[in-house]
Design a protein around this ligand. Structure first.
Ligand code: G6P
Length: 603
């Protein structure tokens, strides 16, 4: 994954780059580095570990320059180490490069370059870019970047500086995101908008194989054939504050607490705002199959949606698939298939590949995306935006909640177009959705109780999540959230499946989080809970039904009442808070869990 940033302007690049990297650390955090111009060539500082370690090193020995590039790494080729950290230079230390992506033909290129005398210092695929650039360089950096790009296979967002060109910074991308920011104090390249928001909201989005030549006071764009391109900047509405912690100990907690607002904004966008026209444009009756595909939590949102679509639209064929599976399974889809892709970042490699696969087979595609201008947003036939604002914590919360909202509203709109929903029923469902932000806010009144309970759960080796129907769908998300940030083993099971395997794992020191919000299935869920209690496991019950005498044996959390179809939007808040406080009580690095990254731009 990795985050890259570059700056050229009138101020000291070092603190600007480090600040920017802090906003990109969610993309990878096993090492970081920076390159600027020094007295005798490039001055490169690289450090294994969190960005704080690099920051400390730079503070101990402050330096200054008006151009530089920086990188925060999530290792793919070569272990996390100082040497494997970026920026990389060629053997002559003439060209410095930061890279996000994977160079698939790096072995062949490396062999060829070694035969020509290049001496590789690292085990990374990225170093090949710097070595190749030095090999091709004949005094024209733009020409060099074009030749390098033509030789590379794979994905890349690159920031490139040459020792001979102290007033030029060049960037290019293919299949990995890169934005260009223009500000009064200089110009920027970055993997994502929050890295530059403090300086500018004027952003250019680079297309694949477009090249940017940045100078202190100008930005020019070229095609891979060296033809000048004219592009218009877009104005970003996210505020710089939205990418700050705002007094919370972690971004995750801040983002959980923002949910009433972002859910409200997302409802408004789909009912009266920009998303409405796009939803209305979709002629769902032209399709005979819906496929929902995504990764991670976005996939879990898709599982919830499958239940809602089935119930409301009565569509004969609705499938939900992991994008990493869908892309290679040779799916039976055609121009009568409507494919919904869900993604916070809009840059997840598997989801993008799934979209391209669907399009190549003639299917129509709708992307539900948070990051404006991302690859999915640009390439899908239709795109609607969640209004979550920047999400920084690796474990998603508010983006997930806003995905659910758009999926519910799509289901209602589709059902109504298909003649499956009377106007009165549609209005009633819309009113239920309109009430969700307030109900979410009411859950926050019980934060102390959830926090207290979570503090006694840190010792569990295993925590299981069970539920039936839509409760099962949201159990998947509860379990994922917990394991992501607390490192406690966890599985989600459909309540009725417990007896087919997982029940053998239940004993005194296990916790089962049981969800029981489906009225029709309430008694069935309670029978499952009895089976769990009989095995002496502890139970946390989350239910919208009133607490019974029998529930007094369990830890009970009451959900606000409402239509069960939308109960995932409420139960997920408790599951997020529970995971957050378990991890907080274990003293873990909640915003940056080990081995994970927020934006997974590699396979
Ligand atoms: C990573 C993140 C998850 C996210 C998943 C899909 O694994 O840690 O929180 O759900 O990627 O990302 P996307 O940007 O496509 O929603």
């Amino acid at each position: 994954m990795c985050g890259i940033i570059g700056y050229i302007g009138s101020e000291n690049a070092v603190p600007i780059i480090v600040e920017g990297l802090k906003k990109l650390e969610y993309r990878g955090y096993d090492s970081a580095g920076i390159a600027i111009y020094g007295k005798d060539g490039f001055d490169i500082v690289k450090q294994k570990g969190r960005l704080a370690a690099l920051d400390q090193k730079l503070k101990e020995n402050p330096r200054s320059a008006t151009m530089g590039i920086g990188h925060t790494r999530w290792a793919t080729h070569g272990e996390p180490s100082d040497i494997n950290s970026h920026p990389h230079v060629g053997s002559k230390s003439k060209i410095a490069v930061v890279h996000n992506g994977i160079i698939e033909n790096y072995k062949q290129l490396k062999e060829r370059l070694e035969q020509k005398g290049a001496k590789f210092a690292s085990q990374t695929d990225s170093e090949v870019v710097a070595q190749l650039a030095e090999y091709y360089y004949r005094g024209d950096l733009l020409e060099t970047v074009i030749r390098v790009s033509n030789a590379l296979e794979g994905s890349y967002a690159l920031g490139i500086m040459s020792l001979d060109d102290p007033d030029v910074l060049i960037a290019i991308k293919k299949d990995n995101p890169l934005i260009i920011g223009i500000a009064a104090n200089g110009n920027f390249i970055a993997s994502d908008v929050p890295a530059v928001l403090k300086h500018t909201n004027q952003i250019y989005y680079l297309e694949d194989k477009e090249i940017t030549v940045l100078k202190k006071d100008s930005v020019a764009f070229f095609s891979i054939d060296k033809e000048p391109i004219s592009k218009m900047p877009e104005t970003i509405t996210w505020s710089a504050d939205s990418a700050e912690k705002g007094g919370y100990p972690h971004f995750m907690l801040k983002e959980i607490m923002e949910q009433p607002k972002v859910v409200r904004d997302t409802i408004n966008s789909a009912v009266n705002g920009a998303n409405k026209a796009i939803i209305d444009e979709i002629n769902i009756i032209a399709y005979d199959k819906i496929v929902i595909t995504a990764c991670g939590s976005a996939y879990n949102a898709g599982v919830v949606a499958k239940y809602v679509f089935e119930r409301l639209c009565r569509f004969s064929s609705i499938e939900v698939e992991l994008a990493s599976e869908f892309r290679y399974k040779d799916a039976v889809i055609d121009d009568k298939t409507f494919v919904i892709l869900i993604s916070q970042s809009g840059e997840t490699a598997d989801t993008i590949a799934a979209m391209r696969e669907a399009k190549s087979k003639g299917a129509s595609t709708l992307a539900i995306v948070n990051v404006v201008g991302s690859t999915l947003a640009k390439e899908a036939d239709f795109c609607i935006y969640t209004q979550a604002g920047p999400e920084i914590a690796v474990a998603t919360t508010k983006a997930f909640s806003t995905q659910l909202i758009l999926l519910y509203l799509l289901a209602i709109r589709f059902a109504s177009k298909m003649g499956k929903l009377a106007n009165a029923d549609q209005n009633e469902l819309l009113m239920e959705i309109e009430a969700l932000p307030e109900k979410i806010a009411s859950i926050f009144l019980h934060v102390d109780d959830i926090q207290k309970y979570a503090s006694v759960c840190v010792g569990y080796k295993s925590i299981f999540f069970i539920g039936r129907n839509i409760d099962y769908a949201i159990a998947l998300e509860g379990s994922l959230k917990l394991k992501e940030i607390s490192y406690i083993h966890s599985e989600a099971y459909a309540g009725g499946e417990l007896k087919h395997g997982t029940i053998s794992l239940l004993e005194e020191n296990t916790l089962v989080v049981a969800l029981a919000n489906c009225e029709r299935l309430y008694l069935k869920s309670m029978s499952n809970i009895e089976q769990v209690v009989s095995r002496k496991a502890n139970v946390l019950l989350i239910s919208s039904q009133e607490e019974t005498q029998a529930d007094k044996r369990l830890k009970f959390i009451k959900l606000p009442e409402g239509n069960e179809l939308f109960s995932p939007s409420l139960s997920v808040i408790i599951l997020q808070l529970f995971s957050y406080y378990v991890a907080a009580n274990k003293g873990l690095d909640i915003d940056k869990p080990r081995n994970l990254a927020k934006s997974v731009t590699v396979e």
